[in-house]
Design a protein around this ligand. Sequence first.
Ligand code: GSH
Ligand code: FE2
Length: 357
Amino acid sequence: MLVFRQLFDPQSSTYTYLLGDKRSAQAVLIDPVFEQARRDDALLRELGLTLVATLETHVHADHVTGAWLLKQSEGSAIVLSADSGAQGADRYVAHGDRVDFGERWLEVRATPGHTHGCVSYVLDDESMAFTGDCLLIRGSGRTDFQQGDARTMYRSVKSQILSLPPSCLLYPAHDYRGLTVTSVAEERAFNPRLGGEISEGDFVGYMQNLGLPHPKLMDVAVPANLQCGKPAQEKAPTHDPQWAPLTFTFAGIWEISPAALEEHANAAQIVDVRERGEYVGPLGHIRGSSLIPLSELPSRTSELAHDKPIVAVCRSGARSAQAVVLLQKAGFGNVANLAGGMLRWRGEGNPVEAARD
Ligand SMILES: N[C@@H](CCC(=O)N[C@@H](CS)C(=O)NCC(=O)O)C(=O)O
Ligand SMILES: [Fe+2]
């Protein structure tokens, strides 16, 4: 009865985890990323889940958390470790606490070392643990800033993470090589810094010689995360299109419903990307739309204005979704897809031109 998704932010190589309880439809997000909040909103909506909380594993140094932004859009509670030193959370957790979502829960384990306020979250049945930047896959988080300490990290990993059942899957906050998941058994056997018989002294020596440059965004990310990702101007950025009610999809494009397009048709350029035969065929076309078949679109973008929103239309919404991506790549900033295409437009009883009956 668990919904589980591993999401990735390519900019910072951050993993965000969605955990949901199917029965109650309650969900939590671990380590959301500010720039990906709209993606997360879309996924929650498409999966029919209610976000009850966002959980941080620590005060991140390399990206701004999406916690505050998601609280604005989803009403979720911001959960953070009491030792994080951050302000503005709805709940401060400590070792041994439980964070519930529906009938499932996560146990909080203090795993300091990368930062002194780091926590890991262990799923109720110990089948999964979310280790933040404490244990990484075949590695570990660095310990050279934010009160990091290699000895503390060694003890956290040994006593709180590698002590879990061997089959427990471990999900880190980052991976810089594209690895996605590991297990307690694997890390006990193969972690080159912390596995096998490696001693605390060996680990400390290893960590003192990493020689990594500081994260590029550190000076922005740490102060922002100490406020749970609340921007200085105190309101959510509104880069969203305002000309009509649009929905952002998990597929990464804006969609408009037939009803919204019918109401706001004059505000947009409607581009029908079907073939000519379809345009004048049984489904007809939307009044005022111009026909540019998808195959011709790349060479005919000069026919479109940049200062007016574009809505792409096709039979079912699939080719027009491709058209949206194509137009965005061609530099058009305000492009939406007609959800469900002409089939849904007709199905909802909207008027068409040149339809044969
Ligand atoms: N190049 C990355 C560095 C990110 C970084 O330092 N990440 C931390 C976690 S916040 C870490 O522990 N990295 C371990 C490693 O790179 O081995 C950036 O600029 O953001
Ligand atoms: Fe980190």
